[in-house]
Design a protein around this ligand. Structure first.
Ligand code: MG
Length: 173
């Protein structure tokens, strides 16, 4: 494995753990607002991001490389005032992650690393779903506006989400 690839994969471990950290912080914000359903959704999102980080960790080890675990940044929630801000922040973050994954895919092709190209495909597909999920919830929140009873209904709906292990190795685990 080239140093360039090793670096980008270690950086992505940090990106995914940061995602988990961000969603955990957003879950806490939502729970403090009394939105336990939305908090549940975010908590599960955080768990899935942890799985995504471990996917890169496992791939490095399987390729006989040692993963490097750098410090995780503190999530900045200073611009988050309500549930709509939360899901807007989530969508913006997922768009950033999509760009990161796309860069890894591009590098795999440039460096002719077929194993990485195959591995990263799972993440490419996952990002389409991640953005679609965030947009779907945002659409509902936009329809609800400031209607508390509708936001309550959306919160009830988000309570139904359950955790399913996520990542390229989840099915085999
Ligand atoms: Mg992820």
């Amino acid at each position: 494995m080239t140093n360039k690839i090793k670096d980008i994969l270690n950086k992505q471990i940090n990106e995914e753990f940061y995602s988990s950290y961000l969603y955990l912080a957003l879950a806490a914000f939502l729970e403090k607002q009394g939105l336990k359903g939305a908090a549940n959704w975010m908590n599960i999102q955080a768990k899935e991001e942890n799985d995504h980080a471990l996917g890169f960790y496992r791939f490095l080890l399987d390729r006989n490389e040692e993963p490097v675990l750098e410090a995780i940044a503190k999530p900045d929630l200073s611009n988050i005032k309500n549930i709509k801000d939360v899901f807007n922040a989530g969508l913006k973050h997922e768009q950033h992650i999509t760009a990161c994954i796309s860069n890894i895919h591009q590098l795999a092709k440039e460096e002719k690393d077929s194993a990485l190209e195959s591995f990263i495909k799972w993440y490419v597909d996952e990002q389409v779903e991640e953005e679609a999920n965030a947009i779907e919830i945002l659409d509902k929140l936009n329809l609800a506006g400031h209607e508390g009873s509708v936001i309550y209904m959306i919160d009830q709906e988000l309570k139904a989400r359950t955790y399913i292990p996520s990542g390229p190795y989840a099915a085999a685990a």
